[in-house]
Design a protein around this ligand. Structure first.
Ligand SMILES: C[S@@+](CC[C@H](N)C(=O)[O-])C[C@H]1O[C@@H](n2cnc3c(N)ncnc32)[C@H](O)[C@@H]1O
Length: 245
């Protein structure tokens, strides 16, 4: 491991190249994408005019695929700033891109949001992206998500929501680290183990960690209603919120 990649750029490096390995060390991550897609599908069933989705941090396309499968009416704009990650999604999801249901934007999420019109998007969806942000950046992203959503629009995010009980949270993180060691040493992938541990330090750092009560209060402050956290499994959970009419 060299210091040439700051932790913000980890998805451009080895983690990006071998991101699918995450399914082995964290099966919950793939499950969370399904839950995000499922919530978007339910929203479509209740809102027959809903069609536009802005996906924040599409990565290799796991969540994008779940959204595409949720309802054939949905048209997705998937934003990511890591070419290593997005090129994998472009490859595996080209069929939907050709059909005009999927567009990729290789750019910063906040910049993309800032260039999106007010009240123009039915659903903003994401998985395992917002926890990577520093607090100040996340605050701006949440404000922009609220601005771009149509009235009653849905925000759904499956992510690492830190437990308010720090002792329980720490215990879960310790178990997570043991899991990384167990799987990746068996596979003799010490290089990847090193990168994931380094990344975990960033996730858990004071300026990044997305604590449940703080995250939910932040949504309320920015004007969201019917805020709900469900499907908690260890440090993973799904959050849904709606823009007020
Ligand atoms: C952990 S991956 C999640 C991918 C996918 N949603 C999933 O659940 O597997 C997070 C993605 O967010 C992207 N990302 C993080 N910060 C970003 C930013 N500020 N602007 C654009 N993309 C960003 C990373 O490049 C990465 O592909």
């Amino acid at each position: 491991m060299t210091t040439q990649h700051p932790f913000e750029a980890m998805f451009s490096g080895i983690i990006g190249q071998e991101y699918d390995m995450l399914r082995l060390i964290c099966p919950l991550a793939a499950e969370m994408s399904q839950l995000v897609g499922q919530r978007a599908g339910e929203y479509c069933a209740q809102n027959p005019a809903a069609s536009s989705v802005l996906e924040l941090g599409g990565g290799t396309g796991i969540t994008t695929l779940a959204l595409l499968s949720a309802n054939e009416r949905l048209k997705i704009t998937s934003v990511d700033n890591a070419e290593t990650m997005q090129s994998q999604a472009r490859q595996s999801l080209q069929q939907w891109q050709k059909e005009g249901r999927l567009a990729f934007v290789l750019d910063d999420i906040l910049q993309t949001l800032e260039h999106t019109e007010d009240n123009s998007v039915d659903i903003v969806a994401s998985a395992y992206t917002l926890h990577n942000f520093e607090h100040g950046y996340r605050e701006q992203v949440i404000a922009q998500v609220h601005r771009v959503l149509k009235p009653d629009g849905l925000f759904v995010n499956g992510d690492r929501y830190g437990l308010d009980d720090v002792n329980v949270h720490t215990h879960l993180i310790q178990q997570e680290v043991q899991g990384y060691f167990s799987v990746l040493t068996d596979m003799k992938r010490l290089d990847l183990l090193e990168h994931w541990i380094v990344h975990l330090f960033s996730d858990e750092s004071e300026n990044h960690v997305m604590r449940e009560s703080v995250a939910l209060a932040q949504l309320q402050t920015h004007g969201f209603k019917s805020i709900q956290l469900d499907h908690r499994n260890q440090v993973n959970a799904r959050v849904t919120a709606f823009k007020s009419l």
